[in-house]
Design a protein around this ligand. Structure first.
Ligand code: PEP
Ligand code: MG
Length: 591
């Protein structure tokens, strides 16, 4: 991305993915594997280099023992025992001997020596057939990353929970599983080299209310640890060493936003009804039971999408039926009498539990994902379905199946659910017999046969993130093609319209739970197309509600007619944005 000229400060423009302004020191996360240079040491430095290595090993050992202690506290001794294997790798005498020899006899710098030897061991193990030994290769790489981070003075994703002061994180990219664990008390905001607006990392940032900017090119190579930065998550700007004038201007922007937030907050208990009396069900997207606090605080009418897969990330085992039941029950009870829409497992794509990370598919978004995995792994699916059914006795639970692409998949999923109902009946375990069951429309082929699917699904919830990606063949994670990711493309809109029309014919309701629904500029368009529900990240609920209460359906229907006949995505976006701005200019001031 181009650097904008300015005096003294350095300004970088990226893609805004989560609003807010942060100001603080920068921490550049480790890129250990990438940039290790091999240097020849002067003879006199060899002892100091060996001591440096020893110190990095000691620090790594300390880190591992600390993580082991934390895991033991949280999950028990057995879970924590995996770190015994890590400690053995760290202390492996053969590996260390070889590193020492390279440093002493060949005068190679410690980083390069350690990386060369550990990679040799990891590659040898990784090439073996044996699953257990292949896992040891992953252990070696993990340990090597930690040791190298210490040698290079880098911080790694693993350290994010122990930052000395709240910081702005700069990273090549962040995995959704890492973003999910970011702590607002420590992380002021983050900016990444790559990434797209609908990547799960961006979605997580919005949920956490952490300002975030992605697609900044090679920002991690341009900024040094400890520099001061101002991160503008509304405009997508990262300013290094901001001048007083810049800080003043952003201070004013912050004040204006605080005043607006107060106005939006006053609508918390008000319904999402348009000026001409049309009600929209405005719900929230979550990925953790704790998020239900935010759901209530933002004034959403329940949960329209619980991304249950986040219960499966950041751990080595699978959550049991009881553990899942507790999580779903908590959500159901917290939002009752409003609905709690639990989406069954959507792992795959960019969301992979640790134990599955080795699948190594070439096209994971077109691969083994979501309902495909569940139908192939009946026990995994059964455990989740039983847990959701049991939770339905404690609130207004609904189930939705992700990534459905054919009637056979829907029938397979419905049949699995029916078997679980029968089991629970036989066991006299209560559940809600009237629980609604629907599907997500995320695959173009599913939108095209929405009339067929709507016969056997009680509702259709459109996932515009994947629907846009799959319809336009644009990777939602790839910043190079980010400008092509256009949910207002007439091709995507026609699929949405077909879905809505098919649902109407079968008396089904239709929602949108992709990120498009939370973008005020696009809300008039979705309203005009005729959706019944919008489900958005809790942070977006107040602005979407504010806007809905100032729109007239008749005007938005004219917009939808224009959009379906339009030639170009940008024309549609501009028209929809203009209508939103006319209705609620406050929401757009300063962006
Ligand atoms: C979507 O695809 O629009 C959606 C809501 O699902 P996810 O973002 O979790 O893939
Ligand atoms: Mg999706």
């Amino acid at each position: 991305m181009p650097e904008r000229p300015s005096d003294g400060e350095r300004v970088y423009q990226g893609v805004p993915v989560s609003g807010g302004v942060a100001h603080g020191r920068v921490i550049v996360l480790g890129q250990s594997a990438r940039n290790i240079l091999r240097r020849e040491l002067p003879e006199a430095d060899v002892d100091a280099e060996l001591a440096r290595l020893q110190s990095a090993l000691t620090q790594t050992r300390r880190d591992l023992l600390e993580v082991q202690r934390q895991v033991e506290e949280a999950l028990g001794r057995q879970e924590a025992s995996v770190f015994d294997a890590h400690l053995l790798v760290l202390e492996d005498p053969m590996l260390l001997d070889e590193v020492h020899r390279l440093i002493r006899d060949h005068r190679v710098n410690a980083e390069s020596a350690y990386q060369q030897v550990s990679e040799k061991y990891a590659a040898a193990l990784g090439a073996l057939e044996d699953d257990y030994l292949r896992e040891r290769a992953a252990d070696i790489r993990d340990i090597s990353g930690r040791v190298l981070d210490h040698l290079l003075g880098h911080r790694s994703e693993r350290d994010l929970r122990s930052l000395p002061e709240p910081c702005i994180i700069l990273a090549p990219d962040l995995a959704p599983s890492t973003t999910a664990t970011l702590d607002r008390a420590h992380v002021l905001g983050f900016a990444t080299d790559g990434g797209g607006t609908t990547s799960h990392t961006a979605i997580m940032a919005r949920k956490l209310g952490i300002p975030a900017v992605v697609g900044l090119g090679d920002i991690t190579a341009r900024v040094r640890n400890g520099e001061y930065a101002l991160l503008d998550g509304h405009g997508g700007v990262l300013t290094i060493n901001p001048t007083d004038q810049t800080l003043f201007e952003y201070g004013q922007l912050k004040q204006r936003r605080a005043a607006l937030d107060e106005r939006l907050g006053a609508l918390r208990e008000q319904p999402a009804v348009t000026l001409d009396g049309h009600s929209i069900h405005l719900a929230a997207n979550i990925d953790h039971p704790d998020d239900t606090q935010a759901v209530r605080a933002c004034g959403a009418e329940g949960v329209g999408l619980f991304r249950s897969e986040f219960l499966f990330l950041n751990r080595r085992d699978l959550p049991s039926e009881d553990e899942q039941f507790e999580a779903y029950r908590r959500v159901a009870e917290a939002v009752a009498p409003n609905p709690a829409m639990i989406r069954t497992l959507d792992i795959g794509g960019d969301k992979l539990p640790a134990a599955w990370a080795r699948l190594g598919e070439q096209n994971p978004f077109l691969g083994w994902r979501a309902i495909r995995i569940c139908l192939d792994q009946p026990e995994l699916f059964r455990t989740q379905l039983r847990a959701i059914l049991r939770a339905s006795a404690h609130g207004r639970v609904k189930i939705m199946f992700p990534m459905i692409s054919s009637i056979a998949e829907l029938r397979g999923a419905n049949a699995s659910l029916e078997r679980c109902r029968e089991e629970l009946r036989d066991e006299n375990v209560p559940f809600d017999p009237g629980l609604e069951v629907g599907i997500m429309i995320e695959v173009p082929g599913a939108a095209l046969i929405a009339d067929v699917l709507a016969r056997e699904a009680q509702f259709l919830s459109i996932g515009t993130n994947d629907l846009t990606g799959y319809t336009l063949a644009v990777d939602r994670m790839n910043d190079r093609v980010a400008p092509l990711f256009a949910p207002t493309h007439p091709g995507v809109l026609r699929l949405i319209e077909m879905t809505i029309a098919a649902a109407r014919r079968h008396g089904r309701w239709v929602g949108v739970c992709g990120e498009m629904a939370g973008e005020p500029a696009l809300v008039p368009l979705l309203l005009g197309l005729g959706v019944d529900e919008l489900s958005v990240t809790p942070a977006s609920v107040p602005s979407v509600k504010f806007l809905l209460r100032r729109l007239r359906v008749a005007e938005t229907q004219a917009l939808a007619r224009f959009a379906l006949d339009a030639e170009d995505a940008e024309d549609v976006r501009q028209r929809s944005r203009a209508l939103a701005m006319q209705a609620a200019p406050e929401l757009f001031a300063g962006n």
